[in-house]
Design a binder for this molecule. Structure first.
Ligand code: PLP
Length: 282
């Protein structure tokens, strides 16, 4: 496998991370996961724009222009013959003697991108998943796709240890999002999801789902969902680049839409797939 390390495509085995890379020592960096469907890079512009925004919010300058970056990512996909998979990429503040203070502007950011396996979780998309809730203990800049994922990692593990798929965060009584997903609840045919502010990552899949809903004539409302009112909703689902639209059938043991993916969720799942550059949609 070839990986992109700054300007060069090199063999996976030759890639080395310096012990003083700030991503390694401080989690001082940002990342993206992009999906490739049938060799086509899905929503690359949106992901790269979000990467640039995330980096800018923590005062990291990307080492390439977005145009250059796009060309290099295309090259990476082509050299590795990625057909149905993903690309992970991250940018850190660079390598410099350990110090909380930013290094000088002469220290370049370090970029790495490489293919990762990613397959549509088709069975789970049909059956739906169970989730649990937990307090959202993350910092209040969840809009930045930062390498600091400690609470997300803890929460995902808690779900797995309980035999569940995902943990949904609740901050001050409000449902925000999942540990690596956005959250939606459905009532009377309307889809509700948290507004895109600093309490959630504005998922690229979320944006596409809102678009898919508009195309399918499904009403959407971006507003806070009270955790105490969750049981008043008929359906729920989560989304991300890797899981697309994933129905939720139980939250903390309580069933939604009789323990099966709900009809509105399934129609959105289909409408989302219709946006994909995927010739085998069903
Ligand atoms: N929210 C969080 C916390 C995430 O980590 C992710 C993806 O990793 C998402 C939402 C979904 O984002 P996207 O649809 O861009 O993959």
């Amino acid at each position: 496998m070839k990986i992109l390390m700054n300007t060069k495509l090199i063999d996976r085995g030759q890639a080395k991370v310096d012990i003083e890379d700030r991503g390694y020592q401080f989690g001082d960096g940002v990342y993206e996961v992009i999906r490739v469907y049938e060799g086509e890079i899905f929503t690359m512009d949106e992901h790269l724009q979000r990467l640039e925004r995330s980096a800018g919010e923590i005062k990291i300058s990307l080492p390439y222009s977005l145009t250059e970056l796009k060309d290099r990512i295309r090259e990476l996909v082509s050299v590795n013959q990625v057909w149905d998979g993903g690309i992970y990429m991250q940018v850190t503040r660079g390598v410099s003697p350990r110090n909380h203070l930013f290094p000088g502007s002469d220290i370049p950011a370090q970029l790495v991108a490489y293919p990762i396996p990613s397959k549509r979780p088709e069975e789970l998309q049909k059956t739906g998943v169970e989730v649990i809730t937990a307090e959202d203990m993350r910092w209040k800049r969840c809009d930045i796709k930062s390498l600091n994922l400690l609470w997300n990692v803890m929460a995902k593990q808690e779900a797995a240890d309980a035999g569940k798929f995902e943990t949904i965060f609740v901050r001050d009584g409000i449902v925000t999002e999942g540990s690596s997903t956005n959250f939606y609840a459905v009532k009377d045919g309307t889809v509700y999801t948290h507004p895109s502010n600093h309490f959630i990552l504005n998922g690229i899949t979320r944006l596409k789902i809102l678009e898919a809903c508009r195309n399918a004539g499904v009403n959407t409302v971006e507003r806070e969902i009270q955790a105490s009112e969750l049981d008043q909703y008929e359906e729920a689902f989560i989304s991300s680049t890797t899981i697309e639209v994933m129905p939720i059938v139980k939250i903390d043991g309580k069933s939604y839409s009789k323990g099966k993916p709900g009809p509105v969720t399934l129609s959105i799942q289909k409408a989302f797939r219709d946006l994909l550059p995927d010739r085998k949609k069903d």
